[in-house]
Design a protein around this ligand. Structure first.
Ligand SMILES: NC(=O)c1ccc[n+]([C@@H]2O[C@H](COP(=O)([O-])OP(=O)(O)OC[C@H]3O[C@@H](n4cnc5c(N)ncnc54)[C@H](O)[C@@H]3O)[C@@H](O)[C@H]2O)c1
Length: 301
């Protein structure tokens, strides 16, 4: 398959990542259909994508005309059979292995035979779903980073049965949508950047769960030394605390790891209260204008 034959993109899952990946593809000329099992999410996604586009215009990344054209290329569809008429599928449903396998198997029944399947999983391996896709040679992880247009790196992670042509196609596709492709030479939980980030996040959550330091002081320590505008707890708010809990809980159970179990209990308290991070206006911090962006934060004022 030639890169020119990829024209229609199907995004499965209209949450944070599906919205951003959809807009990124549309900004680079692709026709995008977004499908979600929850019709209310399709409305939320449409509104949020408009907000993202407006921010990109304000920030000077897009002209009004370009933003309008990108938005016009995006449609939502609650009918999976109609949505399935695409050349490349990008899956961004929650980080639950059984759910991802079910959704990929569902779309295997609906999509044309040539459709390339990709998963945006954070910590799982494509080999776990290769069979479910029914087209293992045309399947790999294509993993984005938030915010997609700013942190423009994608991991391309094949499983042992992925065809080399699929990897080459995904590399070309990544470049066409303004991303820097990182091709993994073997499967690895957490890819490249996230492997480094998750070690930091785990240490930060453990410090908070153990009550060693306050959330603010954990971030202050990192930001003060590394001179970054955000610390690990703030980053977790951006990732989303439900996603962070899903990942921590999965590995706590899979590895039977007591430190991770404690961290999962700590994160679950926020999830149960609906404090999911930036997307709900409250997580470890309150949004907009979280404390770590205020003058004097590093000084503890
Ligand atoms: N949040 C991040 O920073 C980030 C970064 C990279 C990858 N990821 C991964 O991307 C995936 C999605 O994360 P998110 O933060 O966008 O999650 P999210 O919870 O914001 O969105 C998930 C969406 O999937 C929908 N969904 C649930 N079941 C479905 C089904 N059967 N069919 C179709 N849609 C369904 C939900 O209604 C929801 O709208 C996860 O695997 C996550 O690990 C997240």
């Amino acid at each position: 398959m030639d890169i020119k034959e990829i024209q229609r993109i199907l995004i499965v899952g209209a949450g944070t990542m599906g919205q951003q990946i959809g807009l990124q593809c549309a900004m680079h000329g692709y026709q995008v259909t977004i499908y979600d099992i929850d019709p209310a999410m399709l409305e939320t996604a449409t509104a949020q994508i408009k907000t993202y586009a407006a921010h990109l215009v304000t920030a000077g990344h897009l002209s009004e005309v370009e933003a309008g054209a990108a938005l016009a290329r995006i449609s939502t569809n609650g009918d999976p059979a109609e949505a399935a008429q695409a050349d490349l599928l990008s899956e961004s449903v929650p980080e639950e292995p059984e759910l991802k396998a079910r959704v990929l198997a569902q779309f295997n029944q609906l999509c044309p035979l040539h459709t390339i399947f990709t998963t945006n999983t954070s910590m799982l391996l494509p080999s776990m779903f290769a069979e479910a896709t029914g087209r293992p040679a045309q399947f790999a992880a294509l993993h984005f980073h938030q915010v997609v247009w700013e942190s423009n790196v994608v991991d391309i992670m094949p499983h042992p049965g992925t065809a080399p042509e699929t990897v080459a196609l995904l590399q070309a596709f990544a470049k066409r949508i303004g991303q820097i492709p990182i091709v993994l030479q073997k499967e690895h939980n957490g890819y490249v950047f996230n492997s480094m980030l998750s070690a930091l996040n785990r240490a930060a959550i453990s410090l908070a769960a153990e009550g060693v330091a306050s959330i603010e002081d954990i971030d202050r320590a990192w930001m003060g030394v590394m001179k970054t505008p955000i610390g690990p707890m703030g980053i977790l708010d951006v990732i989303g605390l439900k996603t962070a809990w899903d990942i921590t809980d999965y590995w706590a159970r899979t590895l039977d790891d007591p430190e991770l179990q404690k961290n999962a209990v700590f994160l679950k308290k926020y999830v149960d209260q609906g404090q999911l991070g930036v997307k709900t206006g409250r997580g470890f911090y309150s949004y907009p204008d979280p404390a770590y962006q205020q003058p004097g934060f590093l000084e503890g004022e």
